[in-house]
Design a protein around this ligand. Structure first.
Ligand code: SF4
Length: 153
């Protein structure tokens, strides 16, 4: 466990609880995405193991109650991860368009996206390995691929 995780973990409740009262807090998610994608150019998943608030929550909290069971092999398959990526991103883009340009409504889309994925990550993390969500997380996949392009480029 990294020291930074003890600080970063607090951004999770800030967004997934506070965001329902102040949707503008959802823009933290956008900032985090931009930051992690830039960082991944230099170090593929450095964000994931050191700074990600949800990853920190999974490491610091959920790991204590996880059944620590192996995840289904399908979660490791590229086609499955990309399919999930396409579904989640399509839903996300659809919601952003539906927000109609409202700053608050767009912020709320980020908050809801973060809250729903945290609930899924929690269920998966208790039932299987605590970081199971990280295997299929769209942002984790993107960082991994960006890092590889840089490595081979
Ligand atoms: S895979 Fe996703 S949830 Fe897991 S640490 Fe990386 S960005 Fe965070």
């Amino acid at each position: 466990m990294k020291k930074a995780q003890f600080v970063m973990v607090w951004f999770l409740p800030l967004v997934v609880i506070g965001g329902f009262f102040y949707p503008i807090l959802g823009y933290f998610v956008l900032l985090a995405i931009l930051f992690m994608l830039i960082l991944s150019i230099f170090k593929a998943r450095f964000w994931c193991w050191n700074f990600c608030p949800r990853g920190s929550y999974l490491d610091l909290g959920l790991s204590k109650i996880s059944r620590n069971k192996a995840m289904p092999r399908i979660f490791t398959k590229e086609w499955f991860r990309w399919t999930l990526f396409a579904i989640i991103m399509s839903l996300f883009i659809f919601q952003i368009i539906r927000a109609g340009g409202s700053i608050k409504a767009i912020g709320l889309v980020f908050v809801i996206m973060c809250a729903v994925s945290t609930i899924i990550a929690t269920i998966l993390g208790v039932a299987m390995k605590h970081r199971t969500w990280c295997m299929i997380c769209p942002m984790g996949l993107l960082q991994e691929k960006i890092g590889k392009i840089k490595k081979h480029g």
